[in-house]
Design a protein around this ligand. Structure first.
Ligand code: GDP
Ligand code: GDP
Length: 453
């Protein structure tokens, strides 16, 4: 018999990227079986459960998957392990859950029935607009299941009877969780027939865009007109680079070699912005023989703000001598300080120097752009980081970072759930460390903070 529960191992590999991953929070008194239920949901066989109520457990969010839908489960219980006052502790959990989750599972012990503490939490949960599913756990047999009917009085609708320990009712519960989740975003390009990757070849006039395009087209002798299953805009070109077909966005102007004089800078910049918008990765050409200009900076900013992967190609490298190289290094330090993550290649469209480095650079940038860090790995890293370097204390208080999820890809977007706003400096620190740990070379990333109020 095959298990109806997802295996941990296939969660990350097979997950379909449907945009932000919904968060499911599990709330309830100590010992009602929250951890056991979380283990059941994520499909872990060996439940890591302590028998002592209120024991501190290191609780992190987990990746889960059901019917092809990916979500994150958070057991809120571990956050206030030392709270003396049970009612206060559970109110706290409920609050965190409401602030951070898309769906709340409120777990009660069907063997015990509802308690005053449960009722207090329910009042809080009902005031929120979040979907709350009432889970009557430890319904190991029909007799207890019958008893659970009394839980209707909590006013959270029909109690979902389950036995987290034995698996009873958990398939139905998972179906309900999925139904309560926000609509998934329509699948992004991932599901569409994989056409050639879209590249914008951009840069200010005279940096060598047409020369590079011609070089690429000639070197590979592989300009294709159509690729099965894709429609290519007539202004685009399909070009073979590094043994792979790429769609160079809006190259019509480059091919026809329109005179630079007629197009004002304004129109040129509109066109550049359009190309970047239409692309997945931008290859920004800079003239290595000249200082990095304001116009170059504007184009780089467009790429970063559009959230596209970025490769900077220093062209005309054949004109760069030792003096210029030294100058350029200083310019790079100064002018490209805000984008140290951009991948750089030094090429010459004229001689063909290192033009073959372009395709691997583009591929690497795209891989970073689409990277997803598994939630468990992300939080293991984060926990260690905030332990080692906690948020500075201001006026006797310091916000705590609770956990993080990756809300999306293309480019990677992260959300930090915290107990308060972070110092901008600390947020930048977390961002920098995130890059140090996971790379994302060639892609912008974003980190937003979601403080619970
Ligand atoms: P938590 O404190 O809410 O996270 O609860 P735990 O998951 O640690 O479970 C507390 C105790 O209840 C453990 O001894 C579990 O084995 C037990 N338990 C959890 N779910 C069930 C269930 O469905 N049936 C029974 N009989 N015991 C359960
Ligand atoms: P575009 O305006 O960006 O399309 O630039 P072009 O491709 O028209 O190139 C502008 C000028 O730079 C032309 O005279 C090219 O021959 C020259 N050029 C382009 N690439 C290189 C290069 O790698 N080395 C040198 N020395 N000249 C180049």
């Amino acid at each position: 018999m095959t298990s109806p529960y997802p295996e941990v191992s296939d969660v990350d590999a097979d997950a379909i990227d449907t945009g932000p991953v919904p968060v499911v929070a599990v709330v309830g008194r100590p010992n009602v079986g929250k951890s056991t239920l979380v283990n059941r949901i994520i499909g872990r066989r060996q439940a890591v459960v302590e028998d002592t109520p209120g024991v501190t457990r290191d609780r992190v969010p987990y990746d889960a998957q059901w019917n092809g839908r990916q979500f994150t489960v958070v057991d809120t219980g571990g956050w206030e392990p030392d709270a003396r006052d049970r009612a206060k502790a559970i109110a706290m959990q409920a609050e965190i859950a409401v602030q951070t989750a898309d769906v709340v599972l409120f777990v009660v012990d069907a063997m015990v029935g509802s308690t005053d503490v449960d009722e207090a939490a329910v009042r809080m949960l009902r005031r929120s607009n979040k979907p709350v599913i009432l889970v009557a756990n430890k319904a190991d047999n029909n007799a207890i299941e019958m008893e659970a009917v009394s839980l209707w009085t909590l006013g959270l609708g029909e109690p979902q009877v389950v036995s987290a320990l034995h698996g009873r009712g958990s398939g139905d519960l998972l179906d309900l969780i999925l139904a309560a989740m926000p609509e998934p975003a329509p699948p992004i390009d991932d599901d569409a027939p994989r056409g050639p990757r879209r590249v914008a070849l951009v840069g200010r006039p005279n940096v060598g865009k047409s020369s590079l395009l011609n070089k690429l087209a000639k070197e590979e002798r592989a300009v294709v007109d159509s690729v099965a299953g894709t429609t290519v805009d007539p202004v685009d070109s399909l070009v073979g680079i590094g043994g792979e077909t790429w769609q160079l966005v809006d190259t019509a102007g480059l091919r026809k070699r329109v005179s630079h004089a007629s197009g004002t800078e304004y129109y040129a910049s509109l066109r550049t912005a359009g190309a970047i918008e239409a692309a997945e990765v931008a290859a920004v050409l800079l003239d290595a023989s000249e200082p990095i200009s304001e116009q170059d900076q504007r184009i780089l900013t467009m790429v970063v703000e559009a959230g596209r992967a970025l490769v900077i190609a220093f062209n005309k490298w054949d004109l760069v001598d030792d003096d210029r190289r030294y100058q350029l290094e200083k310019e790079i330090d100064r002018e490209l300080k805000r984008i140290p993550w951009a991948i750089r290649v030094n090429i010459s469209a004229k001689t063909g120097r290192a033009v073959d480095k372009l395709a691997p650079a583009l591929r690497k940038a795209l891989a970073s752009w689409e990277a997803r860090v598994p939630t468990g790995q992300l939080n293991q890293w984060l926990t260690a980081l905030v332990q080692e370097t906690p948020h500075p204390v201001r006026g006797g208080r310091a916000p705590r970072v609770l956990f993080a999820t990756q809300a999306g890809t293309r480019p990677p977007r992260f959300v930090l759930f915290t107990t308060g706003l972070l110092d901008p400096g600390y947020q930048r620190f977390v961002e920098r460390k995130l890059r140090e740990e996971f790379g994302f070379e060639g892609s912008p990333i974003s980190v937003t903070v979601k403080p619970r109020k």
